[in-house]
Design a protein around this ligand. Sequence first.
Ligand code: EPU
Length: 418
Amino acid sequence: MKVLKITGNEKLTGSIRISGAKNSAVAIIPAALLAEGETTICNVPNISDIDILEETLKYLGVSVKRASESILIDTKNLKNKPIPEELSNKLRASYYFMAVLLARFKYVEMYFPGGCQIGSRPIDQTLKAFELLGATIKEEGCLFKIEAKELKGTTIPLKMPSVGATINAILVGTLAEGETIIENAAREPEIEDLIDLLTKMGAVITGKGTSTIKICGVKKLKGCNHEVIPDRIEAGTYTIMGALLGNYLKIDNIIPKHLKTLTDKLQEMGANIEIHRDYLIIDSQGKLQGTNIETHEYPGFPTDLQQPFVALLTQAKGVSNVLETIYENRFMNIPYLNQMGANIHIEGNSLIITGPTKLTGTMVKATDLRAGASLLIAGLVATGETIITDINHILRGYEEIVEKLTNVGAKIEIEEIQ
Ligand code: EPU
């Protein structure tokens, strides 16, 4: 079994370059299937989620050429085939194929998508959007058979601003007849990135970055070139590490606006951050004050940084409170942090953290992607050696994490153990 071995308490200095956004790329790659022809996507992170999407594209007959961080997708031989459960249950984003195949062929068969086990994660809003656009859905266990005689634009009022349902409604709406209006749409930057791609492909979409997205359906889309935005969650994770251990650590290739809620919080806690046009420099002063956070949809505090941020709060002075409002089960890192010496109480969907406490390395398990990042941060500040198991979760979302951290002075390696 592969594990991450970290020897803690090393200062981090130098520069970390942020990769393309996972949650953009996993939507943009399936979206390329809407075009008839070739699409080139640059700044694609080299992570295992992208490998699974590549496998799915090839399974559907699509030609894929990957070179360093770009991917060339040619849909000339795209075939509509039911995507096997082993592929669809490996990641959440697999259900974007539901939308693109429905839009292109008016019929799709697919299983329930996978993704981190951080809550029940239903897909009712996506299915409702498909139905409103004219589809009928048959559910056979985990298999969905979705068919539409015609897809017609309409108003889709989402119950909550779901990222996935907004993306799926946009994907189908671009090729539906007439106008589609998504109300209570999610406003995450990754959705804006997708809209930028679709606009280059010939789609007509307004309201990017707002809660009301309007799409005027077109008959066909064409291929294009697109560069994925930098990953704000990867950037946020390294910025948190910098607040704890940074010695003028540079976090390079970022969009500072996408990190504002985090950098504001860190500055309020006493962190020393210089923010520039596309990079920031963070220096640990060793004296962070505790604070309170509540996760919210963008532009609120991102749920994907809640677990990494909790590792930081264990080192801040005083009592901090965390309220997780998006997922029911995003606290699986807590027992492990407590095992390392943290003082964290779970009360329903909130946490009470008393700090600072000394952390000591031990063997812990990455139960999901961001829980893994949280334990990695704890390992970097802990005394002694931390061993993290189930690291595939971490490698799903952070490109070359060992190399990036080693380059700035961390003692971290992947080891094979029995
Ligand atoms: N929800 C429903 N019904 C739906 C859709 C969502 O009840 O039909 C609920 C979910 O259960 C959840 C909340 O609404 O409690 C938000 O879900 P959303 O649909 O917005 O999330 P998602 O599209 O499944 C994406 C990211 C997640 C990120 C969330 C929120 C991808 C592939 N995943 O998930 O990323 O946490 O948005 O920002 O884009 C991660 O990267 O670690 C990760 C989990």
